[in-house]
Design a protein around this ligand. Structure first.
Ligand code: FAD
Length: 427
């Protein structure tokens, strides 16, 4: 689709490197402006791939991602294939399940199929496939890049291990850090029972077990995809099929009949556990020629369900700045860095914070008490006290402002609790 009203005699050419979620959404944004967009991808074509390795099968879409999709007319198509999840469903060790709503009535997040989302975003556009970068890994590739192009702008959307970002490392005053967490993840499937979902579908199921955690998200085919998060050193202890069952019996007994003992034994060893990395860098741009977005700029641990949402919001923010500054890359790129770095770093930090909170506190009375206090205060002071999760997930409040407001609220909440307990003491 094009918007020719803005295009001058010669179309500007944008090379998007990486045809993942953020690269393909970005391509929609630049095409809408009337730019000529070329997307370069190093993996095989997702539309023909049978299995898509190395990334979660489904993922959570929330407000920020939806707003970004809406701007290019994709929101309705995508949400029509998503499954609303209104609450977390906490599975205790004894099998009891208790829901904790995500927000107010009517507020929900969506479980989305990654491969399908990518296909929809591609919507008939052609990608150019690269010659394998590391022959060992991509030896089966048949694609070769047969032409060189001259681009006015290069947009690096090539994920957590970005090759474009690697070039930035040569630049003076480029800041970069990466942290691997001790946890890895593995995925399992819960098949339908008699053609129906085996658990309540409109929930994100969580089995919090301190150091370990398992979650399950529903799919349209009535299966659930379970993800087990656990330290690598614990994965290494589980070496045989029997040990897998023993481990599940100890920590996730209610999941054994749901996944199936045989499938568990098989799937535990199908792929090695995958690592998770958090990447921060700054600036996001190089001169007026190149800019990083999505995981290439800010890979984060997946515990706030915001990696893709933040990457999609990058596209929306960049687009807003393009409007403000008349598509002048020499002004737009530094402004994008100025505006976006503090926000993406704030959400990467929050995701790391939630890494601890989800595992350790979700099953504690203290966590439930705090959620109840927050929700209660939100009801009586809806503009002043807004739960952290709500600000992150259901608003477009800038992430760094979310963190500031959260710290401020924490102080207010403590003061309120203090005043109340002092009052009670006085009675
Ligand atoms: P990617 O999706 O990594 O895409 C990068 C693309 O670039 C790939 O197609 C790759 O093949 C290609 N590429 C790489 N190198 C090159 C190169 N040199 N040349 C050309 N192409 C190249 N986010 C959420 O919002 N909600 C969730 O619930 C959620 N759950 C997650 C669960 C897990 C287990 C994980 C690991 C992540 C999760 N995320 C979630 C984060 C989300 O997956 C990422 O933020 C998102 O995929 C980022 O998209 P991207 O396009 O920037 O990068």
């Amino acid at each position: 689709s094009t918007n020719d009203s803005k295009s001058t005699s010669k179309k500007k050419v944008v090379a998007v490197v990486g045809g993942g979620l953020v690269g393909n959404l970005n391509a929609c944004y630049f095409a809408k402006r009337g730019f000529q967009v070329e997307v370069f991808e190093s993996r095989e074509d997702i539309r023909q791939a049978k299995i898509v390795k190395g990334r979660s099968i489904n993922l959570v879409l929330s407000h920020r991602g939806r707003q970004a999709l809406k701007h290019v007319g994709m929101e309705d198509t995508i949400i029509s294939k998503g499954i609303p999840m209104h609450s977390r469903m906490i599975h205790a060790l004894n099998g009891t399940q208790s829901p904790i709503p995500y927000g107010k009535k009517g507020q929900y997040i969506l479980s989305i199929d990654r491969a399908n989302l990518n296909k929809e975003l591609l919507s008939g556009r052609r990608m150019k496939f690269l010659i394998p970068m590391s022959p060992g890994e991509h030896a089966h590739h048949e694609y070769h890049l047969s032409e060189e192009i001259q681009a006015d702008l290069i947009v690096g959307c090539d994920g957590a291990f970005s090759a474009i970002r690697k070039q930035f490392l040569r630049q003076s005053r480029f800041n970069y850090s990466q942290t691997y967490i001790p946890h890895g993840y593995l995925e399992f499937t819960i098949p339908p029972i008699n053609g129906e979902f085996a658990m309540k579908p409109n929930n994100l199921h969580i089995w919090p077990r301190n150091t370990f955690m398992m979650i399950a998200l529903p799919n349209l085919d009535k299966t659930f995809t379970c993800t087990l998060f656990m330290p690598f050193e614990e994965f290494e202890k589980v070496t045989t099929g029997d040990k897998v069952i023993e481990f599940f019996q100890k920590y996730f007994p209610d999941a054994i009949p749901l996944i199936g003992a045989e499938a568990l034994k098989r799937d535990f060893f199908r792929l090695p556990a995958q690592a998770m990395v958090s990447v921060k860098c700054s600036p996001y741009h190089f001169g007026d020629k190149c800019v990083l977005m999505g995981d290439a700029a800010h890979a984060m641990v997946p515990f706030y369900g915001q990696g893709m949402n933040a990457g999609f919001e990058d596209c929306l923010v960049f687009n807003e700045i393009m409007d403000q500054l008349n598509e002048d890359f020499s002004a737009v790129l530094p402004e994008y860095t100025r505006v976006r770095v503090p926000d993406d770093q704030a959400i990467a930090d929050l995701a790391m914070y939630n890494y601890v909170e989800m595992r350790e506190h979700v099953n504690s009375k203290w966590f439930l008490f705090r959620k109840n206090v927050d929700n209660f205060l939100h009801i009586i002071m809806p503009r002043t006290i807004i739960p952290l999760y709500t600000m992150v997930t259901f608003t477009r409040t800038r992430y760094h402002k979310v963190v500031k407001h959260w710290h401020w609220q924490d102080k207010v909440r403590k003061d309120i609790v203090h005043v109340h307990s002092t009052l009670f003491k006085g009675l």
